[in-house]
Structures are given as structure tokens and as C-alpha cells.
Ligand binder design. Structure first.
Ligand SMILES: Cc1cc2nc3c(=O)[nH]c(=O)nc-3n(C[C@H](O)[C@H](O)[C@H](O)COP(=O)(O)OP(=O)(O)OC[C@H]3O[C@@H](n4cnc5c(N)ncnc54)[C@H](O)[C@@H]3O)c2cc1C
Length: 394
């Protein structure tokens, strides 16, 4: 019998397996995907702790993932740029590389068994935990565990099988499309770029293999029909004033991918000896740019609160209630930041105000005066953001 069976082995599942392996648990982790493989996601993340703790940072350099330490925000024709304060570095490496790095780490632990190309078929509660059936090639395997974890993404099969209810759900948000481009003229030093232009948003970052990844959120078009052809997508990007010249010779590598308009949610994160983590637990729109970080944070919290239970020092209910409070509080914050971003950018910037903004960006003394009143101004416009910033600004 395994102590823990984890379904899903990308950011949430693999990082949780590594963390629990250190507690000497017997773990089975399965994933229906083959690896290395891609998933429907771009890959800009700020997590550093997990990689430092597990000696994985040097692998970033082998993959040639650029270190991104600056952020540039363009509002139509005005630019703001600064060091990134939320993390020491942002990383951008394709999911083939990132997820494979995590999976290879599982080999370090004799108490972890990893099975790829293995799809969860059924779960059945028993006196000691769960009986799990999974399919590998044509064969059904039957295994059992004390604790079952769903790290199997947004459309979690585990959540469905254990009938996890929704704790919170928003209305539908916005669709988005992304692609990888070669021959983009890079910014130096490397920047995470966030552009707003006539109602639409793009997020752009340099990534490994000298590519740039671009995520487009067309706020006025929930059907995506306008931009899902390569030429239309490139035309839309090159119509962004602060980016056009740099994309003149850009070519799409691979296909455009994306998602339709979907609602954000938080599922009830635990039940009788089952728990959910990562996107299976809570899904936040990609505009947050934090899904990968959230998956790592979820696995950190789950491992922390599972420890007491797995060592026999705490009851399941007590340890998981703490997990539930921590993860729901954290994800509610992420969801409300995304909603406030959408609310703000849903309203077109009046032309007159835009001219003032350009003026503002041209006069250093104005910006210096703004810096002196930054806290006061933020308090007036966005108290939520100010409270959030206070947690990260020392
Ligand atoms: C368009 C888009 C762009 C994004 N861009 C970013 C970004 O730039 N930065 C960022 O931080 N986040 C981004 N995200 C979010 C990020 O991709 C996710 O939050 C993150 O991948 C969640 O990790 P996870 O491990 O929880 O789930 P997933 O990455 O979804 O992994 C779940 C795994 O479970 C496996 N699985 C599913 N069902 C079964 C089953 N029945 N049996 C066995 N295995 C199963 C799947 O094969 C998969 O490997 C983006 C998302 C989208 C949609």
C-alpha cells in the first residue's frame, strides 16, 4: 500500500511528490501524458524557492532560460519600466523543459514510483483509504493508498470522482491565444512586457531557444475568430505601438494555442482522505501569470499540512482544515487581483487622459513627484493592491 497516490505530475504533482518524499512516505505518482511533452500553457514563472532547495537552478542555465529581472508596462504609447520586486527573477522556459526537469528530480527518491502514460480510471474508497485503478497501455493496474491527491489540472478527474464541490466561482472571463516567435528583436536587459492597446492586452517574454512567447487577450472578442489565424494574430501584435518594429521579421514557431472564456474557481480542497492541489484545486486566468507559482505554493502548503497527519501527530480533519484555510485565502487573493485587472482594463482610456499620460512619462520631475506620493495615490485608487503590495515591499 502507498502512503500517497498523486494523479498528475506537472508543477503541482511533481513538486508535491518531491516534498513528501523527504518525509519518507511511499508515493506513487501517475500521469496520462508521455514526457517530455507540452501542455496548453505559456511558462513565465517567479518561483525560486523550490528550485533552490532542490539544486535545480543550474539546470535553468543548461536550458538557456533567460533570467528576467525587469518588467516593462506599456499603456498605448507610454512606457513604465522597473526592477521586478515580487521575486529575484522570472524564468521562462518551455513546458517540455520545465516539466521534464521536475519529473527527472523524482528519480532521486527511492520511495517515489513514477508512471507516465498512465491514466486514472477509477477510485474507490475503502476502510484504509482508496483503491485506485489506472490504465497503462492495454492493462489495468490496481493499487491502494492511504491518501489520494488530485494534481490533475483544471478538469480534474479526481475532483469529479470524489465529487469535490465548488467553494467559489466567477463569471466567465476572457479567452486568450498564445504563440512562440523567432526573429523578435529582444529588449536588453530582458524584460517581462505587458502591453495594453485599444482594449487588448498582450504579455510577452523572451524564452529559451532564442524565442519570444506572446499571449494575447483580446478583451472585445470572446469568440477569438478575429485573431486565431496566424496573419491576423501577427497583425494585431504589430499594431501595438511599442512593439511593432521589433516584430517586423517575426515568424511563428509551432501553432497558435489558447483557451476560450472560462470561469475562475476554487474547489473545496479536501474531503475524506483526498485533497486537491494546483489547477485541480483552483484555476485563475493566465493574465495573472501566476498559475505555475500558485501550483508550487499549493504543493508547499499541502506538504506542510499533510506532514502532521502522515506522521500520525494530527488528525486528517485538523490538518486539512488548516490547508483549506491557507489555500483558499491565497487563491481568493489571486482571483480578486485578476478581477480588478479586468475591471480596470475593461474601460477605454479617454484620449485626453492618454495625452496627459504621455506628458507625464516625458517629464522626470513629474515622475519624481509621483514617487513621493506613490503610497497615497495607490491608497486612493486601489486599496486592495496597496494591501497586497505591503506584504511584499520590505
Ligand atoms: C493559455 C495559458 C497560458 C498560461 N500561462 C502561464 C504563465 O505564463 N505562467 C504561469 O505561471 N501560469 C500560466 N498558466 C497556468 C499554468 O499553466 C497552470 O496553472 C499550471 O500548469 C498548473 O499546474 P498543475 O500541475 O496544477 O496542472 P497541469 O499543468 O494541468 O498538469 C496536470 C497533469 O495531470 C495530468 N492528468 C490529467 N488528468 C489525468 C488522469 N485522468 N490521469 C492521469 N493524469 C492526468 C495531465 O496529463 C497533466 O500532465 C497558463 C495557462 C494557460 C491556459
Amino acid at each position: 500500500m502507498f502512503d500517497v497516490i498523486i494523479i498528475g505530475s506537472r508543477c503541482a504533482g511533481s513538486s508535491l511528490a518531491v516534498r513528501l518524499a523527504k518525509l519518507d512516505c511511499r508515493i506513487l505518482i501517475i500521469d496520462k501524458a508521455d514526457f517530455p511533452s507540452d501542455t496548453n500553457s505559456t511558462h513565465i514563472f517567479g518561483e525560486t524557492d523550490f528550485f533552490l532547495e532542490n539544486n535545480l537552478v543550474s539546470s535553468f542555465n543548461q536550458i538557456n532560460s533567460p533570467q528576467i529581472k525587469r518588467m516593462r508596462i506599456n499603456i498605448n504609447r507610454s512606457s513604465f519600466e522597473s526592477n521586478i520586486t515580487m521575486t529575484e527573477r522570472l524564468s521562462a522556459m518551455d513546458r517540455y523543459s520545465l516539466d521534464n526537469l521536475l519529473i527527472n528530480k523524482l528519480d532521486d527518491y527511492h520511495n517515489v514510483i513514477f508512471r507516465k502514460k498512465s491514466k486514472l480510471v477509477s477510485v474507490q474508497e475503502n476502510d484504509d483509504g482508496y483503491t485506485v485503478r489506472y490504465q497503462y497501455e492495454d492493462k489495468i493496474h490496481i493499487v491502494s493508498c492511504k491518501v489520494l491527491i488530485g494534481a490533475d489540472g483544471k478538469n480534474s478527474t479526481v475532483a469529479r470522482k470524489v465529487k469535490a464541490s465548488m467553494a467559489k466561482e466567477t463569471d466567465k472571463t476572457y479567452p486568450c491565444l498564445y504563440g512562440y516567435f523567432e526573429n523578435v528583436f529582444p529588449l536588453m536587459p530582458h524584460c517581462l512586457e505587458w502591453h495594453y492597446n485599444s482594449g487588448d492586452i498582450i504579455i510577452c517574454a523572451p524564452t529559451n531557444d532564442k524565442l519570444h512567447v506572446v499571449l494575447l487577450i483580446p478583451m472585445d472578442n470572446r469568440e477569438l475568430t478575429k485573431y486565431n489565424k496566424v496573419e491576423a494574430f501577427i497583425n494585431r501584435i504589430t499594431s501595438f505601438p511599442c512593439i511593432e518594429d521589433r516584430f517586423k521579421n517575426a515568424n511563428l514557431v509551432g501553432k497558435l494555442k489558447g483557451i476560450g472564456d472560462q470561469n475562475m474557481f476554487i474547489r473545496k480542497p479536501f474531503g475524506k482522505r483526498w485533497a486537491l492541489v494546483g489547477d485541480a484545486c483552483s484555476w485563475v486566468h493566465p493574465i495573472s501569470g501566476s498559475g505555475i507559482d500558485d501550483a508550487f505554493e499549493g504543493s508547499r502548503l499541502l506538504a506542510k499540512y499533510l506532514e502532521g497527519y502522515l506522521k500520525g501527530e494530527e488528525s486528517w480533519e485538523s490538518s486539512m482544515n488548516k490547508y483549506s484555510i491557507a489555500i483558499e485565502g491565497y487563491m481568493e487573493n489571486q482571483i480578486s487581483r485578476v478581477l480588478s485587472t479586468f475591471d480596470n482594463f475593461n474601460v477605454d482610456l479617454p484620449n485626453y487622459n492618454e495625452e496627459i499620460l504621455q506628458l507625464f512619462c516625458t517629464f522626470p520631475s513629474l515622475i519624481y513627484s509621483f514617487a513621493f506620493k506613490a503610497e497615497q495615490i495607490l491608497k486612493e485608487f486601489d486599496g486592495n493592491h496597496l494591501n497586497f503590495l505591503k506584504t511584499i515591499v520590505k
